[in-house]
Design a protein around this ligand. Sequence first.
Ligand SMILES: NC(=O)c1ccc[n+]([C@@H]2O[C@H](COP(=O)([O-])OP(=O)(O)OC[C@H]3O[C@@H](n4cnc5c(N)ncnc54)[C@H](OP(=O)(O)O)[C@@H]3O)[C@@H](O)[C@H]2O)c1
Length: 341
Amino acid sequence: MKAVVAHAFGAIEALRLQDWPDPVPGPGEVVVDVVAAGVNFPDLLVTGGRYQILPTPPFIPGKEASGIVSAVGEGVHTCAVGDRVLVLVESGAYCERLLAPQANCFVLPRGMDFLVAAGFALVFQTAYFALVERANLQPGEVVFVTGAAGGVGLGCVQLAKALGARVLAGVSTAEKGAVARAAGADAIVDLSGADLRNSIRDDVHALTGGKGADVVLEVVGGDVFDGAFRSLAWRGRLVVLGFAGGRIPNIPANRILLRNVAVIGLHWSDYREWHPEWMRRAQAELFALYEKGLLRTELAGAYPLDEAARAMAELRDRRVKGKVVLTTDLWRQRESEASST
Ligand SMILES: NC(=O)c1ccc[n+]([C@@H]2O[C@H](COP(=O)([O-])OP(=O)(O)OC[C@H]3O[C@@H](n4cnc5c(N)ncnc54)[C@H](OP(=O)(O)O)[C@@H]3O)[C@@H](O)[C@H]2O)c1
């Protein structure tokens, strides 16, 4: 098969599409013929050698894909050959044939297409565990999402709305604000100002009658984090999701006490290892919300596998509004068959 390979940690421009051995499923494992793979910010961190869990080079990046089951090992019961599935892995999704434990394969709802599926799992799963498990969101609460036009951000906006919250979306441009609004955000907070530490708090307070946000979902770090922390309501919860902007912030512990707030971490992929059944229940709930029309993947672009570096650069350079996916030859083959019938 073909796969996108990193021979060392470093620049995404060094990634190469090359031959790679076909996987063979062992007991409890599944091989999926990949149609599309999701591109996520952590893929940039892994490729650059800056992520918390790193594969040994040479390796294939990528944490999620959609496709068709082509082989199963002994004892597999979550899916069967021919099933349309999405798959979650720690690393390795930018390829034509993906090996995964059966617990990480989820049969797609009828009508969910492969491009949508390739960008559906990681962002909505992250949003789910942030809002439901970590923040214990209650209907009617105010949720403030930073980086709200990115992959995880849009997932958080949609899921928070679906769970009955009022949603404030933090973005850096008017264009990104329009995307967040289209995904259901009730109001926009500008993250492009010069004095974010004060302006974010002031804007969130102005939008909430001085009360602040009950839940903050924070993906940017740096000054955005500092302002978002100050925007919390009494008994508010801030979930630390990521540091896309680079600077990892510090919080003096006295401020957590004095403001009566909680700062909670989420490392979502841990649940895949520690609580795979919980993750399966979450995915079933997310599929049900999709079927009700309450969640959708905002597709921002589809690139062939050999343009993986170009797709990742879109994310790195903050040009993406929504999700970018990679497509394989199998996707092109299916498209041409569909158009000729
Ligand atoms: N904790 C977890 O389990 C978990 C799971 C998945 C992802 N994550 C993390 O969540 C974050 C978002 O991931 P994603 O896939 O949604 O990424 P994404 O699609 O690239 O979105 C990131 C957003 O952050 C904002 N941003 C601000 N400064 C940035 C910078 N210097 N570079 C890039 N973006 C910047 C951008 O919005 P503006 O341009 O509007 O500011 C962008 O829309 C990442 O830090 C990722 O590592 C965490």
